[in-house]
Unconditional design. Structure first.
Length: 505
């Protein structure tokens, strides 16, 4: 039964279980208090009655001792002061009743019947108290004493004690019932009010669980009201925790949606970039296969090779970004950033002779960083190529290397037309192009839109950061890398010069 009761309770609400447990506790406390009160009161009343019995037997023994030779003498009952209902008897040495009478109300004592005598027989004359039910008279508290052969038995009725105990039990039962009913109602109201915030939290959780989280953009999920997120209460703590979880779920789902959108755009752009060279290769191969005179084989092979190289570069860029996204470690060695930048500027000068290329070094120490020299060279080369492709001939491009206490800063500045403000937030995203906004140098083609994305990924892999500021006439990319402590500081150099393979001229 206990197991079934517990299982039945578990199927009910917390409000019901709390009310049942509190009610059961109150019932147990009231019962314990009532029983304790009745026990203590009964002990007190019995003690008082026993004292009266003792006094009565001592008085009666004194009256009986006046005639010790008369074993049946009960003349002491005729004395005044005996309470109505008191019974007295003379007993023999075996506890048998020789004679006995009961004091009446304003009447002469009446002799005990045979049945009444038998109910009181067998009581020892040692002064101990006994409770006996006497037929026709009720329940009595009885004692018997022996003094020099004079043996007297005295009993007083227990009706007053029993009536008082019964009345007390009734009163306590009524008071307990009323108190439990009032306490139960109060507890039900208090529990209902205290659990209302928890109910609202549960309703919010149910509403969120019904939201279509498996598709589309997730936003505007219901939150627990601020009044139900007070950390001072348990329900408030649950509400605040639920709000934090909803915020986390919403941000995670939004980020997932953005990632999926970026992935779709990435796949679409990559497919488009790969389709163009593949279409060219397929077209030239078809013309060569037909053996037509409309195109020379040498020119066709040259175009196929060019498109193949373009496609190979695009695939290599995609593979590099994939490896960086996976967090694969790069080569780690000491790299002199100044030498890397000087080499990249020299290469850029060779590729874009129509631009004014400058190298500026502001060094307090050797700009040593721990990283992959080839990838760092790719960072600078991509930034310089971006300036060359997206600025007109005659643009001045300055590459600056600076050192600080714990960082090396590379700045690529040009005085070209600048990057449109709407493009700046996404300039480091993949397949982002500025073809429609920035002037290309004559005769040059556009890139795939992966150059700056590779720059950002390589910089982040080296524990650095990249930033861009642009306005018409001033565009500057800033790459910041953590440096190693140089063992031998070099003198400060403030120079603006054309680069050579040896450094600064």
């Amino acid at each position: 039964m206990t197991v079934r009761y517990r299982m039945a309770l578990r199927t009910h609400s917390m409000r019901t279980r709390l009310l049942v447990f509190i009610s059961a506790t109150l019932v147990a406390v009231c019962a314990a208090m009532a029983l304790t009160t009745v026990f203590v009161q009964r002990t007190y009343l019995l003690g008082n009655l026993d004292d009266r019995v003792t006094n009565a037997v001592e008085r009666s023994l004194g009256g009986a001792s006046l005639h010790p030779d008369l074993e049946r003498d009960l003349t002491f009952l005729r004395e005044s002061g005996h309470p109505a209902g008191m019974l007295a008897a003379r007993v023999d040495d075996s506890g048998g009743i020789i004679s006995g009478e009961v004091v009446g109300q304003d009447t002469e004592p009446k002799p005990l019947t045979t049945a009444q005598r038998e109910a009181m027989s067998g009581i020892r004359t040692d002064g101990s108290k006994h409770t006996r039910t006497v037929p026709g008279l009720g329940t009595y508290r009885i004692t018997a004493v022996d003094s020099s052969g004079v043996r007297v038995l005295i009993g007083l009725p227990m009706d007053d004690v029993q009536d008082m105990i019964s009345g007390m039990v009734v009163v306590e039962a009524v008071v307990a019932a009323v108190g439990l009913a009032v306490a139960g109602c109060v507890c039900a109201v208090v529990i209902r009010r205290q659990l209302r915030p928890l109910g609202r939290v549960a309703a919010t959780a149910v509403e969120v669980s019904r939201a279509p989280l498996d598709r589309g953009e997730v936003a505007g999920l219901t939150r627990v009201p601020a009044a139900d997120t007070d950390p001072g209460s348990e329900a408030g703590q649950v509400g605040a925790a639920l709000n934090r979880m909803i915020d986390h779920v919403e941000s995670s789902l939004s980020e997932r949606q953005r990632s999926e959108d970026r992935m779709r755009r990435f796949l679409a752009d990559a497919s488009h970039e790969l389709r163009t060279p593949l279409a060219s290769i397929a077209g030239y191969a078809e013309l060569m296969n037909r053996g037509t005179d409309r195109i020379e084989p040498v020119l066709a092979w040259r175009r196929v090779s060019a498109e193949s190289a373009r496609m190979t570069g695009l695939v290599e860029d995609l593979l590099l970004l994939a490896r960086l996204d996976e967090g694969r470690p790069l080569e780690s060695a000491e790299v002199d950033v100044a030498a890397v930048v000087a080499e990249a500027v020299w290469d850029a000068r060779a590729a874009g002779g129509g631009h004014d290329w400058q190298l500026e070094l502001r060094l307090d120490a050797t700009p040593l960083v721990l990283g992959d020299e080839a990838r760092l060279h790719q960072v600078v080369a991509n930034l310089l190529a971006n300036a060359r492709v997206h600025t007109p001939v005659g643009t001045r491009v300055v590459a600056t290397v600076e050192t600080g206490a714990a960082e090396c800063v590379v700045r690529i500045h040009d005085d070209g037309p600048g990057i449109p403000p709407g493009l700046l937030p996404t300039v480091f995203e993949r397949f982002t192009r500025a073809d429609a906004s920035r002037t290309r140098s004559g005769g040059t083609g556009g890139g795939s839109g992966l150059g700056l994305a590779i720059v950002a990924a390589i910089t982040a892999a080296h524990g650095g950061s990249i930033d861009v500021r642009s306005e018409p006439g001033h565009t500057e990319f800033t790459v910041t890398l953590p440096t190693l402590r140089s063992e031998a500081p070099v003198p400060r150099v403030d120079a603006v010069a054309e680069p050579t393979r040896a450094g600064v001229r």
